[in-house]
Design a protein around this ligand. Structure first.
Ligand SMILES: Cc1ncc(COP(=O)(O)O)c(C=O)c1O
Length: 399
């Protein structure tokens, strides 16, 4: 779908980009909007009293409203622009949970989380002596509500999990998890890096307390992310970055007064061009339809699995998930070597441990190749991938 909207696909006719979990390709609307900001109305945000600065402020705040609408938040004050999902998670963990958790409180994670949803918790645990626990995964690497139930203790205060994981590609039952968690006064942080770009996500319907995601994984610019939090929690969250744009006044004695949500958490000059362009990208994605994107990806994934199964010696680890992520290996071929081999045919896939370094304990395998689909991928691309992977001389070409 919509391949003509992506200049890179016109310039590189033979490029097969299957690494959308890492970052996606960029549509014309993003390039045009970015160009407009730099060539037609450059100004800083929330600082000037002249025409261009007013245009910037209006567009910047409109982008916030578009994000609010996309994820079904109640108020645009609940939308904080950050530099990415990692930044959002760090702000949530060190801005809110550093003050909310006490020594001995338990944080529930899983072993298939991305580094961004593990390492800040480790750091916090060192600092305040909270305990990190893991929800056990099923043999096919899924989180079940029963496993969550059995992991909860009276000390559990927060569950922090990905909505869709970046290696197994499984979708977690977030609505059931938040319901169960809230019955026990447990807060739920959702890493939406791999879900918000691919399916409708409604924070109000799912009753999510905090959500983090990145613009660049959904046709947007790099260096822009979103932190959503329910207003009642954001009102108790503290900034971890201080400076211009977030203060109302201060004096030489150290007195300071900070501004209100959402700007309290957006100190310094943000990625203005990026945020405004992200707004245009959201409009673009909504024109296509998040439902339609999800449906298309699932169809393509089903097709890809059926074809990939015909590849000699392939091992597929993520057949039964409802996302466009397919993780696999070819027997006796090192994943990174396979990715380099595919690159010879202009096929881009990701190889390695994909920043989910603990998952190897569950998978019993250190490295895998990952295909991650988006709406502009096609069956023809899958056919070509399967042809290249089925090359009888694959082992010798790799050596
Ligand atoms: C599940 C998940 N969470 C978090 C991140 C971090 O995103 P970013 O690098 O854009 O901050 C990623 C990136 O791959 C991811 O896949």
């Amino acid at each position: 779908m919509n391949r003509d909207d992506f200049p890179i696909l016109n310039i590189n006719k033979d490029l097969i980009y299957l690494d959308n979990g890492a970052t996606t390709l960029k549509p014309k609307v993003l390039l045009e909007s970015t160009n407009d900001y730099y060539s037609k109305y450059t100004a800083n945000a929330h600082r000037g009293d002249y025409d261009n600065s007013l245009i910037v402020d209006t567009k910047y705040e409109h982008a916030r409203e578009l994000v609010r609408d996309l994820i079904g938040a109640k108020d645009s004050r609940e939308i904080i622009f950050t530099s990415g999902c990692t930044d959002s998670l760090n702000k949530i963990i060190f801005g809110y949970f550093r003050h909310y958790l006490k020594e001995g409180d338990e944080v529930l994670l899983t072993k298939s989380e991305h580094a961004s949803n593990i390492l800040p918790w480790f750091e916090l645990a060192d600092e305040i002596k909270c305990q990190i626990k893991y929800i056990p995964l099923t043999s096919d690497l899924k989180v079940t509500i029963d496993n969550v139930k059995h992991s909860i203790t009276p000390k559990t205060k927060v569950i922090s999990i990905a909505h869709v994981t970046n290696v197994a590609g499984d979708i977690r039952p977030i609505k059931e998890i938040t319901k169960l968690a809230h019955e026990h006064d447990i807060l739920v942080v959702v890493d939406g890096a791999q879900s918000v770009p691919h399916m409708p996500v409604d924070v109000t319907d799912l009753d999510i307390d905090f959500l983090a995601f990145s613009a660049h994984k959904m046709c947007g610019p790099t260096g822009v992310g979103v932190l959503y939090g329910k207003e009642k929690f954001l009102n108790n969250m503290r900034p971890i970055i201080f400076g211009g744009g977030m203060n109302a006044s201060f004096d030489h004695l150290g007195y300071r007064e900070y501004v209100d949500l959402p700007h309290l958490f957006e100190a310094g000059t943000p990625n203005i061009a990026g945020v405004i362009a992200f707004g245009e990208v959201i409009k673009y994605l909504k024109r296509i339809g998040m439902d339609k994107i999800h449906k298309y990806e699932l169809e393509l994934k089903k097709y890809a699995i059926s074809k990939l199964k015909q590849v000699p010696n392939i091992i597929i680890y993520s057949e039964n998930n409802e996302s466009g992520i397919i993780t696999f290996n070819i027997k006796d071929i090192f994943a990174q070597d396979l990715a380099i081999y595919l690159n010879k045919y202009k096929i881009c896939v990701r190889a390695g441990n994909h920043c989910a370094k603990m998952l190897k304990d569950e998978l019993k395998i250190k490295n895998t190749c990952r295909i991650s689909l988006y709406f502009y991928n096609t069956k023809e691309e899958i056919d070509y991938l399967v042809e290249v992977l089925s090359n009888p001389k694959i082992s010798t070409e790799i050596i």
